[in-house]
Design a protein around this ligand. Structure first.
Ligand SMILES: Cc1ncc(COP(=O)(O)O)c(C=O)c1O
Length: 302
């Protein structure tokens, strides 16, 4: 069955879900996006994702032509149109159609696109085995250039880093910032365990402030752990007892090798596994995952 895609209020079959070649989202990567997940009909941290979308849009002077509540409704409309309870949701807002040339003010009608599909970043065996990471030469975007806090449509920085990790035979790339501090991976945040403490790069290290990252910090603090958001070096990575990556698509992935050095005993760490278990439990928790029914929007079901 063909997937149905939401574009500007319409639900279209995948084959007809098209936008103009003059859209600046395509021509210049001018736009913002979010990646969310639905589990059993609940969208995890929906409000947080929508807030981040609006913040990204504000940072690039992009006015989203819908309210947060309308976007929530649209997400559930797309899920229902596909009869999907479990899904990876890609929410995209492009600058819209314009003339050739960068001028964003000449673009009309930002396009709001919602794709509800599935995603598998890594095969399941890698969660059991752990992945190998390498630090790469491609530096994470300078915060005064395109701040990595903006989840924008231009991911070339990340794609170049990803290519480097592929060329090096590793699963994922660790990007450093302009000062040489650890930033993040190409689509995930990074954590490490040292002593009794959990460490992750400071939000001003040149990272996207991941929603999974913040969730893991909360889980760890709830367990009474000390969590340090810090400026971390490759040395900190090399002496880590455990290391893992976080992201909406990947959830929590253990890393067992960094730049050829074995992490801990070379197996996914104990704490990493416990955090993943707790994270997966949270996905079903109504307090953090919104359902269609939890929205009092007046939208009538088809
Ligand atoms: C560059 C980057 N870092 C981190 C993340 C993780 O963010 P979240 O946990 O909100 O999915 C993503 C997610 O897409 C990302 O693109």
């Amino acid at each position: 069955m063909s997937l149905k895609v939401y574009i500007n209020g319409e639900i279209l079959p995948q084959e007809d879900a098209k936008i103009s070649v003059f859209d600046h989202g395509l021509l210049y990567g001018d736009g913002v996006f979010e990646g969310l997940r639905a589990h059993n009909g609940r969208v995890f941290k929906l409000t947080k994702h929508i807030e981040r979308l609006f913040e990204s849009a504000r940072a690039i002077f992009l006015e989203i032509p819908m309210t947060a509540e309308e976007i929530k409704e649209a997400i559930f409309t797309a899920l229902r149109a596909n009869n999907m309870k479990d899904s990876y949701i890609r929410l995209v807002v492009t600058r819209g159609v314009g003339k050739l040339g960068l001028e964003p003010r000449k673009c009309s009608n930002p396009q709001v696109i919602i794709i509800t599909d599935t995603i598998q970043l890594y095969p399941p065996e890698l969660y059991a085995k752990g992945i190998e990471l390498v630090t790469v030469a491609t530096v994470r975007n300078h915060p005064e250039s395109v701040n990595p806090r903006i989840k924008c449509l231009n991911y070339m920085n990340n794609i170049l880093a990803k290519m480097e990790s592929i060329n090096a035979g590793a699963t994922e790339a660790i990007m450093l910032n302009k000062d040489g501090f650890v930033a993040e991976c190409t689509g995930q945040n990074i954590f490490m365990v040292n002593g009794e403490e959990l460490y992750t790069p400071h939000p001003n290290s040149g990272i996207l402030k991941g929603i999974t990252r913040d969730t893991v910090i909360d889980i760890a603090k709830g367990r009474g752990m000390k969590v340090m958001e810090d400026f971390l070096t490759r040395y900190d990575l090399y002496i880590a007892k455990e290391c893992f990556l976080t992201g909406t698509a990947a959830q929590i992935v253990p890393a067992v090798k960094i730049d050829g050095r074995i992490v801990g005993n070379g197996k996914p760490g104990q704490l990493t596994q416990e955090l993943l278990k707790e994270y997966r439990k949270l996905l079903a928790n109504p307090e953090v995952s919104e359902t269609f029914e939890s929205l009092e929007t007046g939208y009538s079901r088809p």
